[in-house]
Write a protein that binds this ligand. Sequence first.
Ligand code: ATP
Length: 294
Amino acid sequence: MAYLELKNVSKSFGSGKDKVEVLSNINLSIEEGEFVAIVGFTGSGKTTLINLINGLEFPDEGEVLLQGKPITGPGPDRGVVFQNYSLLPWLTVRQNVKLAVDEVYPSKSKEEKDTLIEKYVEMVHLTHAIDKKPAELSGGMRQRVSVARALAMSPKMLLMDEPLSALDALTRGTLQEEIVNIWSEDKKTCLLITNDVDEGVVMADRIIPLNPGPQASLGPDFKVNLPRPRVIAEINKLDEYKHLRNEVLEYLIEVGLSRKSEESNQYELPDLKPVMPGRIKWGIRKKSEKQKFF
Ligand SMILES: Nc1ncnc2c1ncn2[C@@H]1O[C@H](COP(=O)(O)OP(=O)(O)OP(=O)(O)O)[C@@H](O)[C@H]1O
């Protein structure tokens, strides 16, 4: 049985002439431990899709099943990392992460909770900033807190809604690496929503395009069979990488153009960057080297 399954899911908002049919006939199946990236056009319904899985929204038609059971609301089995960090500004890093720990482990002692908080703050390399408030942190550091808070709930599944899109390229690369490391060590099931094709190729086992809305549907699966750990400078040279990247890009361009010719809407393509040799080695750089980046 798949860990997460969406069966013929459709979702719209509003009614009458104001009705927006956002998602149409979505079928998605994610196995336990799998890392799936959904690459979508701006406004195509990516957040709506995450909200359906998180249990913040419910489908008009179809079913959203977690381990075979319908999702009835948010739960500790799904940790969410949002694009905008969503940290409480008056609380420190420790206190922000503690909120999640308190919610999921109300009966643990203070010492046990502290150990958990410190473990996850350390995992995202923020021990030195544990008593700082969000205003004293950079964007990348805030996003790390957001990742630590999601992880501290020990969710079986990590849902990430464009978590890195506001970050500069270097911070983004470092955090991509950290998330992949955590995924591979903790054996979580991950769903990443991104508008960056390269991010999907570097991080995921499978890329699925979300076609432009309204009535957005999922495109075909693109399997990422590149070896892990993925070293950008090395995978850039592989024909398989170039081929896969081109296939996804061609698909997105084609589907974007055909939608554009059908309607007057402008569709903004997901991020397409030229292939460049990078310097980041996924999962094999030493901690001391990582510290240089923040
Ligand atoms: N609660 C809501 N009520 C009405 N319309 C909504 C609601 N939530 C989303 N929509 C509409 O659904 C469409 C898809 O929105 P959604 O935020 O899911 O897209 P997205 O792909 O995440 O967007 P972006 O790329 O800008 O982050 C948009 O047209 C939006 O206006």
